[in-house]
Design a protein around this ligand. Structure first.
Ligand code: IMP
Length: 200
């Protein structure tokens, strides 16, 4: 059984990765499984300028400390009319999802539909302590920013992100979102790499 640590405390993300590897000889562990082996308040400092930098900082920090094959992700929203903002600051763009969404809608108030292009990006990094290398993949979901908050599912910027179905991410099922999302695409790319390189 191949053991992989997913360096996150988000149970939703753990479930998604477990689902990707279901029926295979892979066990996905979370940071909570290693609480006794980590110093108090141990964390990776996400100081990178890109999603890839931050995902690699996280996978290396935990993989080296715990000497285990480690996956870490970093994701966020890039809005073209705002020169790519909020980008790596997606989490810190306001104090709540509601505040972050309202801020973006305000900033885009005068922007016409044709110029409201945006994309979600997910960088997913796998660190192997045996060769001390990272293998990192990216998944992208293209869309547009809506004019109002629509839908109640999902999280984060989902209610203002119109995807390829013409609905916001908050108006579609989780299964559908996983099929077309940045994270779903990145998870599937990493699965192919792991299947090839770790003979599972
Ligand atoms: P993290 O990758 O969990 O650190 O997420 C960064 C931030 O990007 C989150 O707090 C959300 O605001 C945003 N984000 C990332 N993925 C999604 C998504 O699938 N839907 C909505 N917001 C997302």
């Amino acid at each position: 059984m191949l053991k992989i640590l997913f360096a996150t405390t988000n149970p939703g993300k753990i479930r998604e990765l477990q689902e990707v590897f279901s029926g295979m000889s892979v066990e996905i562990l979370s940071i909570k499984d290693f609480n006794n082996h980590l110093p108090h308040k141990f964390e990776a400092i996400e100081s990178g300028k890109t999603f890839i930098d931050n995902a690699e900082i996280k996978s290396k920090t935990y993989g080296e400390k715990l000497n285990i094959l480690t996956v870490a992700d970093d994701s966020g929203l890039e809005v073209k009319a705002l020169d790519g903002r909020p980008g790596v600051f997606s989490k810190r763009y306001g104090n709540s999802d509601e505040e972050r969404n309202r801020r973006l809608l305000n900033e885009l108030q005068e922007v016409p539909k044709s110029n409201r292009t945006a994309r979600f990006v997910c960088a997913l990094s796998l660190y192997d302590p045996n060769n001390r290398k990272c293998h990192t993949v990216e998944g992208i979901m293209q869309g547009k920013i809506s004019y109002s908050i629509q839908g109640a599912q999902g999280f984060g910027y989902d209610p203002i992100f119109i995807n390829e179905t013409g609905k916001t991410n908050a108006e579609i099922s989780l299964q559908k979102k996983n099929q077309i999302s940045h994270r779903g695409k990145a998870f599937r790319k990493l699965k192919i790499y792991i299947q090839k390189n770790y003979k599972i």
